[in-house]
Design a protein around this ligand. Structure first.
Ligand code: TYM
Length: 332
């Protein structure tokens, strides 16, 4: 039976990339009736130092974002990772299954560590083994993510296969990444070769889920483009990363394909298209940010939702962890 798991780090605010690449897809899966588990991965967040007060705030705000975007704690399990200790425990077992060479090839680690390999945390290096544990402790079969997480989900498959092989069992499923839609990789508004990211030093590079209408309009107005107008077919966007990015965002927000959008706006200049994009973005995002703000007025209620979600998550995760430990040879 299919089971969906995905997670987002509460390390800073949510961006349009997180929304289009992940949360919007989570809501679709929930609405399709698939059993879904969505996590705020606070243990992953501390692989780089987080101010404790800000971490707590970001975790609650992420939960508010999930709910405001349409996730329903009665239909999906919503919780923060550190409340279900099975993640960390299975993560340890996977530290002993995964190979140094596999983790050395992870591009997210290489990007985040840069030249500073001696100084980053051990947790940043072993990050993907904990992510594999997040997924496999539920025997999840499908993981909706943006393009940048593909390599980590592939590593999860390798870990599951090696565990099954090393212990001669058919226990962990080989999970499928689900990377679909028009905006699997939303790019920076300032540089079409860089991913839109909550950690980019320039706030003008991204749209935050909490930005107000004026800020969204300003960021789109100032977004980098090339001097040409819009083509009428998707091929016309090849080699034009900034133009392609804005059209893809429009497509994802309006739930159309890039070709459908271009059949409508092909031939227009960006001076005409950008106000259309701003209007659409504000129309779609303003209700979500207003609802997030409302939910954040009652942090106790958010905490109660996370605790209840964690209770439900443990019911699935704990037996799978216990079975794993038994397979490995731990006395029970
Ligand atoms: P994180 O917190 O960096 O991002 C959360 C989700 O948002 C997607 N995303 C994007 N999609 C499109 N365009 C962008 N510019 C963009 N930026 C971010 C990410 O692909 C991701 O789906 N390692 C994960 C968190 C994680 C996880 C898991 C995910 C931990 N355990 C288990 C799935 C399953 C991460 O850092 O995501």
């Amino acid at each position: 039976t299919p089971r969906v798991f995905s997670g987002i780090q509460p390390s800073g605010g949510l961006t349009l990339g997180n929304y289009l690449g992940a949360i919007k897809r989570f809501v679709e899966m929930q609405e399709n009736g698939v059993e879904s588990i969505y996590c705020m991965v606070d243990l992953h967040a501390i692989t780089t130092w987080q101010d404790p007060t800000k971490l707590r705030h970001a975790t609650r705000e992420l939960c508010a974002g999930y709910i405001a975007a349409g996730l329903d704690p009665e239909k999906s399990i919503l919780f923060n990772q550190s409340q279900v200790s099975a993640h960390a425990e299975l993560g340890w077992v996977f530290n002993c299954v995964a190979r140094m060479g596999w983790l050395n090839r992870m591009t997210q680690f290489k990007d985040k560590a840069g030249k500073n390999r001696e100084k980053v945390s051990v947790g940043l290096f072993s990050y993907p083994t904990l992510m594999a544990a997040d997924i496999l402790v539920y025997h999840a079969t499908h993981v909706p993510v943006g393009e940048d997480q593909k390599q980590h989900v592939e590593l999860t498959r390798d870990i599951a296969a090696k565990f099954n092989h090393d212990y001669g069992v058919d226990f962990f499923p080989i999970t499928e990444p689900v990377i679909e839609g028009a905006a699997t990789r939303v790019m920076s508004l300032r540089d079409g070769s860089k991913k839109m990211s909550k950690s980019d030093p320039s706030d003008m590079s991204r749209i935050n889920m909490t930005d107000d209408a004026d800020t969204i309009a300003k960021k789109i107005r100032k977004a980098k483009t090339d001097p040409d107008g819009l083509p009428s077919e998707a091929e016309g966007l090849d080699g034009r990363p900034e133009a392609k990015n804005l059209v893809s965002i429009y497509a994802a927000l309006s739930e159309q394909s890039v070709d459908q959008v271009l059949s409508e706006v092909g031939g227009k200049q960006f001076s005409e298209f950008k106000p259309m994009l701003s209007e659409l973005a504000v129309e779609k995002l303003a209700p979500i940010s207003a609802e997030m703000e409302r939910l954040m007025q009652a942090p106790d209620e958010i905490d109660a939702i996370l605790r209840k979600g964690a209770d439900k998550a443990r019911v699935i995760a704990d037996p799978i962890l216990q079975k794993t430990l038994e397979i490995v040879g731990m006395v029970r």
